[in-house]
Write a protein that binds this ligand. Structure first.
Ligand code: OSB
Ligand code: MG
Length: 368
């Protein structure tokens, strides 16, 4: 494939409801959409899943924009790409900046699958035709609101409920949730808010029959998580500690956790995601696909990667309507009874709604 045009769109998209984690509240998502066009006039789409500030990860929308403009796009524009697996190698000399790398790599994957006339899921080696979906619920000031949110999502059929926690908003909250919903598949996500000094609190969570505790300790840490996992029965799931195949190897060797939340952006793209998937399959580590409050474009990529066999736990790929009044793809993602069908159309399997895309765009840059 010859790439002869790349477009970057910076979007500010208002969320239906604010989303609160241990690191803050998001009302609007600020992110980048990348379009890569081939000489045959086919467009591939990718999403850079940043936000305004470097709270979850070190990248943020303006830093990734600059990274794409100055370093990554010049490595792709007016070049020929035989296979999307080659993109990660081309980007390798530049350190990190995984969200930026993943955005353009994702666009190339979509373009490749469309050019081949096959669904992205098939291009990635996916075997599932449908996937199970869970939902991630933010921290609420008021427990009544949280209980109402859970009730609604359980009624909608989501296969697992994840609630965000932080010190002071943990044991009592989980206890109340369990009293109201004794049997639902439930997990918690701390977004790095605890330290080993809190082992007693995390240990107390063993009594709630949680599927897992996601990223209890510092982002990037593997050693303390291993110490923690030895002390508690609840499986530790790693999110902000896994940025690469190498991190995954180390986490497995150190026994830092029993489950991995894979996010395509965080690990630098779909090729790296496949490699991590295969390694985890080999070592019996189950995966699920996490979310970054994506628009439909990023969500479509998440759905495609989840079709791989070792994504055995429900992911955070909820319906478009959970996040947006109107998504930027057609049709929107609709989870039915906690399930999604893997699209059978070429590429990501959804059309980009150019009207909505441009309506939410605050900046556009074209490279030819
Ligand atoms: O830690 O998984 C996380 C959202 C933004 C940043 C980090 C996380 C999340 C979520 C929401 O949990 C997942 C989603 O619904 O997209
Ligand atoms: Mg997380």
């Amino acid at each position: 494939m010859r790439i002869n045009e790349i477009n970057m769109f910076k979007l500010n998209m208002k969320m239906k409801n604010p989303f609160t984690t241990s690191f803050g509240t998001q009302h609007t998502r600020s992110f980048i959409i990348v379009e890569a066009k081939s000489s045959k006039g086919v467009s591939g789409w990718g999403e850079c899943v940043t936000s305004d500030s470097p709270l979850y990860i070190e990248e943020f929308t303006d830093s990734s924009w600059l990274m794409l403009e100055k370093f990554l796009i010049p490595l792709i524009l007016n070049t020929t790409i035989d296979h999307p697996d080659d993109v990660q190698e081309r980007f390798n000399p530049y350190k990190r900046n995984h969200l930026a790398k993943s955005a353009i790599e994702g666009a190339i994957w979509d373009l490749y699958a469309k050019t081949e006339g096959i669904p992205l899921a098939t291009a990635l080696g996916g075997t599932r035709t449908s996937i199970e979906v869970g939902v991630s619920l933010g921290i609420e000031d008021n427990i009544t609101n949280l209980l109402a949110n859970i009730k609604e999502k359980v009624a909608e059929g989501y296969k697992r409920i994840k609630i965000k926690i932080k010190p002071g908003k943990d044991i009592e909250v989980i206890d109340t949730v369990r009293q109201h919903f004794p049997d639902i598949p439930l997990m918690v996500d701390a977004n790095s808010a605890y330290t080993l000094e809190d082992v007693h609190v995390l240990k107390e969570m063993d009594k709630f029959n949680l599927m897992m505790i996601e990223q209890p300790l510092t982002a990037g840490d593997l050693i303390d998580h291993a110490k923690l996992q030895k002390e508690i029965k609840t499986p530790v799931c790693l999110d902000e500690s896994i940025h690469s195949f190498e991190d995954t190897q180390k986490a497995i060797e150190l026994k830092s956790g029993k489950i991995i939340n894979l996010k395509i952006g965080r690990v630098g793209g779909l090729t790296q995601s496949k490699e991590i998937h295969d390694l985890c399959t080999q070592f019996g580590i189950p995966l699920w696909c996490g979310g970054m409050l994506e628009s439909g474009i990023g969500r479509a990529h998440n759905i495609a990667i989840t079709s791989l066999e070792n994504f055995t736990l429900p992911g955070d790929t909820a319906s478009s309507s959970r996040y947006w009044e109107k998504d930027i793809i057609e049709p929107e993602v609709v989870v039915e009874n906690g399930k999604l069908t893997i699209p059978d159309k070429p590429g990501i399997g959804f059309e980009v709604d150019m009207n909505e895309l441009l309506k939410n765009s605050v900046e556009k840059q074209t490279f030819k």
